[in-house]
Design a protein around this ligand. Structure first.
Ligand code: C2O
Ligand code: CU
Ligand code: CU
Length: 494
């Protein structure tokens, strides 16, 4: 259904995209770029990241101006180990302020890299992170207030792996770049010269930046040579706004083994998987049959509802098609062929321990205009259309919205308005108790830091990390244009 031809039809850059390829493309095109792996233990516990301008050719031969962390585009895969202290050195060589937020890594808010931890141009930030959480795939990205969408779109993002030895004991594929692959999914709007377009106005302001071109690790329709056997994909949706609705062209089953917060109790066989901005899923795919397999996405249907929404939705890009082609090679037998029956017992907290409930309404358009925000929370967000906010209030760096105490367990009742929103909370790994009054699908029942909500949900969380009025934690929609537009709040745990 979502063939290569369909992808090309949907892509304005089609001709240029195919520039380096032969007609039907087998064994042609771009190899999947594998970001450099930087393991903290091989660096004496010190990791340096430099945010700087770069040049990266999404379309071969047509370099675009980009940003990256110690790379022209995106950043290295950073591997850290539970129990270690890791000293990061983040240097800002850009001409404007930036931050480095460790998304999904549980550290005190003063080290979290949110908007309050702006690194000025020429500045250096040195947080020492004590790694203390179960094995998982996290990520890092810039998070300066009002400019996150543009900076991440330009490339300020990378994967981060936390290890505690459990994956090794379970016998999961773990040879980086061979049978353990980072898969960073994005869409980008490229012009005829192959340059990045970013215009946060009009429908983009309302629905988030979408693009005409699908990229994986910065490459368009790349291929990966894989061993014949089980391969682990660490999927990250690092797009600004769109969801990916993943499946293989041949309909094959894959197994989800982990979500944002780490391993699930057991692998879950699936044939399609929706991954929203900032979510991570780890999946095992079996390539023992030696057949070429194409990972595809359906077009994204997450558009604004209601008056005017439909008209604006028609102006949005919604590309489906090929993301990545796997070519198993006969020569290399994979080390791993068996999917473990069970993984790790879930560390869920007990809803009975919740001492309060909070309401969180993700507001935009009419819902925002109706907002009950106390005193002056309302203002036009600039540009076209009404503002974004939470509980009727536009984000304010100087306002603390919630103040639970360290150790408290709470249930947050989160209500999305106008469209589906990927809701993210810093400083916790939460459990989804319900979505639309029902228990979540089993692949969403593990530890999460982001959940795509089209219906009201109940999230159970316990606060274990300190956050103060000077350095609070954020909670926000991870459609970055919604976040930049004010759909964000702050909490402390002091
Ligand atoms: Cu990916 Cu506020 O974070
Ligand atoms: Cu985060
Ligand atoms: Cu949103």
């Amino acid at each position: 259904m979502f063939t290569r031809r369909r992808f090309l039809e949907g892509s304005l850059g089609a001709v240029a995209v195919m520039g380096g390829c032969t007609a039907e493309g087998q064994n042609a095109g771009t190899p999947l770029p594998i970001p450099e792996l930087v393991d903290a233990r091989k660096q004496n516990g010190a990791i340096a990241l430099v945010a700087a301008d770069g040049e990266h050719a999404f379309v071969p031969g047509r370099p675009a101006r980009t940003y990256g962390f110690s790379a022209p585009y995106l950043g290295p895969v950073v591997r850290v180990h539970k129990g270690d202290e890791v000293e990061f050195t983040v240097e800002n060589r850009l001409d404007r302020g930036t931050t480095a937020h460790w998304h999904g890594v549980l550290v005190p808010a003063a080290l979290d890299g949110g908007p309050h931890l702006l690194i000025p141009p020429g500045g250096i930030w040195r947080p020492v992170l004590k790694i203390d959480q179960p094995e998982t795939t996290a990520w890092y990205h810039s998070h300066p207030h009002g400019d996150t969408g543009r900076q991440v779109y330009r490339g300020l993002a990378g994967l981060m792996i936390v290890e505690d030895g459990v994956g090794e004991r379970l016998g999961l594929p773990r040879t980086y770049g061979i049978d353990d692959l980072p898969i960073i999914l994005q869409d980008r709007q490229l012009d005829a010269e192959g340059a990045l377009v970013y215009n946060n106005v009009g429908p983009t302001r309302m629905m988030g930046m979408r693009g005409n071109t699908l990229v994986v690790n910065g490459a368009i329709s790349p291929f990966a040579k894989v061993p014949r056997g089980l391969v682990r994909l660490r999927l990250l949706n690092a797009a600004n706004a769109r969801n990916f609705d993943l499946r293989f062209a041949d309909g094959r089953t894959f197994h989800v083994i982990a979500s944002d917060g780490g391993y699930l109790p057991a692998p879950i066989g699936m044939t399609s998987l929706i991954i929203a901005p900032s979510e991570r899923f780890e999946v095992l795919v079996d390539f023992s049959d030696g057949k070429v397999a194409v990972l595809e996405t359906a077009p994204d249907d997450n558009m604004m509802r209601g008056m005017g929404g439909g008209m604006m939705a028609g102006m949005m890009e919604s590309v489906g098609g090929e993301l990545l082609r796997f070519e198993p090679h006969s020569a290399s037998a994979a080390a791993t062929h068996t999917i473990p029956k069970t993984l790790v017992a879930l560390a869920t907290s007990d809803p009975e321990r919740a001492i309060r409930r909070r309401r969180v309404s993700l507001d935009m358009g009419p819902a925002m205009m109706r907002g009950q925000g106390a005193g002056g929370g309302m203002r036009m967000g600039g540009g076209m259309g009404p503002p974004m906010g939470i509980n009727g209030q536009v984000y304010d760096m100087g306002r603390i919205d919630f103040a639970p105490k360290l150790g408290d367990t709470e249930i947050w009742e989160v209500t999305p308005n106008m469209m589906a929103h990927p809701f993210h909370v810093h400083g916790v790994i939460f459990n989804v108790l319900s979505i639309g009054g029902k228990a979540p699908a089993s692949h969403l029942a593990g530890g999460k830091d982001t959940i795509l909500l089209n219906e009201p949900a109940e999230l159970l969380m316990t606060f274990t990390q300190p956050a103060t009025p000077n350095f609070p934690f954020m909670f926000h929609c991870h459609i970055l244009e919604h976040e930049d537009g004010g759909m964000m709040g702050q909490y402390t745990t002091a």
